[in-house]
Design a protein around this ligand. Structure first.
Ligand code: LLP
Length: 430
């Protein structure tokens, strides 16, 4: 909510646009993307991490317009499918600043990345090394690659989004020797140019000790490579995962202090091991786009439900739900919400913001105190929905996905249009 103002009439304004006006023009539910907020977070990472390459992780949220902003703010772009790559291409994103991820990139995706000469391809398996080598030979292109390694770290986050412990699908294990074997295989393969090691320990992480342990283990491998080959790899990518505040309990570090911490860790480790400090890169997604977006919904029904023990919970149903924000159902994520369309002095009630889907787990905000006079037609806004909400949205129950409306200096413009029922029926050829 950093750049959101509540007016004297209680109406929420984002980027100078009153949310009821935005809904009147563009409909509800809608994702509202504050352009200046996005850009300033991108700049905070660019400046805070000066001397690093900062890749915006497009999986958090990507569309053509956002790819342009990322380019204009001087960041690099991390994509992990042909789809995300196609968006980058359409935005005219400089391909030498694009990096392709993925644990199961298709031959088509690899070929496209080679043809477009993306800056880095992060390899994730021995099959992929072979596949990429064949394609490089066939096309005559050279692939600049990073090796995704698994440092064996237990990141403190939800188990579904932790990625550096051994028992998961990503990367080459350092401890088993696979990572070193992958380095050797790449070095022996013509058409593949090894640039460095890559690790990503997970997402929505506050405790930087995970990055510290990962950096130490990855640098130990980096040194082993230097000893064996006589060459120090020029780059090191420590991935993304920096947490943001979804509720008042969360207390994230700012980009500059994260950068300082990471730089110190790496510099000290390199000094202790007699290594030159490689070119560092990071891949923040959530920390840039997460706080820049909110979702605005219209209330449809309000229902008081008596709980065991006599307490009452008010169920507020809105015109969206788990199809536009799966994170509460999937990760037990915490969100907050607020009345956005008017002022209310009514006493607050313990409320739950729920969607319109045919499933009891269709919850957007588990617990919130909302005014007791909430009624159909009121607008409710949920902050912090920029990351992994639109990008993970579905058409469950054949609900069209909402528009993304960018706001700036009092002007609202659609950057991803709302889907229509016709869009949904187009793929149904029966
Ligand atoms: N780099 C790599 C290799 C990644 O896999 C990811 C996220 C990132 C960077 C960006 O992480 P961030 O800075 O956004 O945390 N859907 C989950 C998050 C999945 C993260 C996937 N990889 C969620 O909604 O919490």
């Amino acid at each position: 909510w950093s750049r959101t103002a509540r007016k004297v009439d209680g109406v929420l304004e984002v980027g100078g646009v009153r949310l009821p006006d935005l809904v009147a023009q563009h409909g509800s539910a809608a994702y509202v993307l504050d352009e200046e907020d996005f850009r300033s977070r991108a700049r905070d990472f660019r400046d805070g991490f000066s001397g690093f390459d900062v890749y915006y992780a497009g999986k958090a949220f990507l569309c053509t317009e956002v790819a342009r902003w990322v380019d204009q703010e001087g960041l690099h772009l991390d994509v992990c499918t042909a789809g995300e790559l196609a968006v980058a291409e359409r935005a005219g994103f400089p391909m030498d600043r694009v990096e392709l991820h993925g644990n199961n990139k298709s031959p088509h995706e690899l070929r496209r990345a080679l043809e477009l000469q993306v800056g880095r391809i992060v390899v994730d398996s021995f099959h992929e090394i072979t596949r990429l080598a064949d394609l490089a030979a066939e096309t005559g292109m050279t692939a600049r690659v990073m090796v995704r390694v698994t440092p064996g770290v237990e990141a403190h986050t939800h188990e579904y989004i932790a990625t550096a412990h051994e028992d998961q699908k990503f990367g080459f294990s350092i401890s088993s020797g696979d990572a070193m074997a992958a380095v050797r295989a790449i070095r022996e393969t013509p058409g593949l140019e090894l640039r460095g090691l890559h690790s990503h320990i997970g997402s929505q992480i506050f405790d930087t000790s995970g990055f510290e342990v990962a950096a130490r283990r990855v640098l130990a491998l980096h040194r082993q490579v230097a000893e064996e080959t006589g060459v120090q790899l020029p780059e090191l990518d420590l991935g993304g995962g920096f947490g943001i505040a979804y509720t008042t309990q969360d207390d994230p570090a700012d980009a500059a202090s994260l950068a300082a911490e990471i730089r110190t860790i790496v510099t000290e480790e390199c000094a202790a091991r007699g290594l030159e400090v490689p070119r560092l890169s990071v891949e923040p997604g959530r920390a840039i786009v997460g706080p820049s977006m909110c979702t605005v919904y219209e209330v449809g029904t309000v229902k008081a439900v008596e709980l065991d023990g006599g307490a009452v919970r008010t169920y507020v149903s809105v015109d969206g739900g788990m199809s536009d924000n799966i994170r509460t159902a999937l990760y037990d994520a915490d969100y907050s919400c607020t009345l956005a369309s008017r002022r209310s002095d009514a006493p607050v009630l313990l409320s739950r913001l729920v969607g319109k889907h045919c499933e009891a787990g269709d919850i957007v905000v588990k617990d919130e105190f909302l005014p007791g006079d909430l009624a159909p037609g009121d607008l409710v806004a949920v902050p912090g929905t920029g990351a992994y909400c639109r990008s993970m949205a579905s058409n469950y129950n054949h609900v069209p996905r909402p528009a993304v409306v960018a706001v700036r200096d009092g002007v609202a413009r659609v950057v991803v249009r709302r889907e229509t029922l016709e869009d949904l029926l187009l793929t149904d050829v029966g």
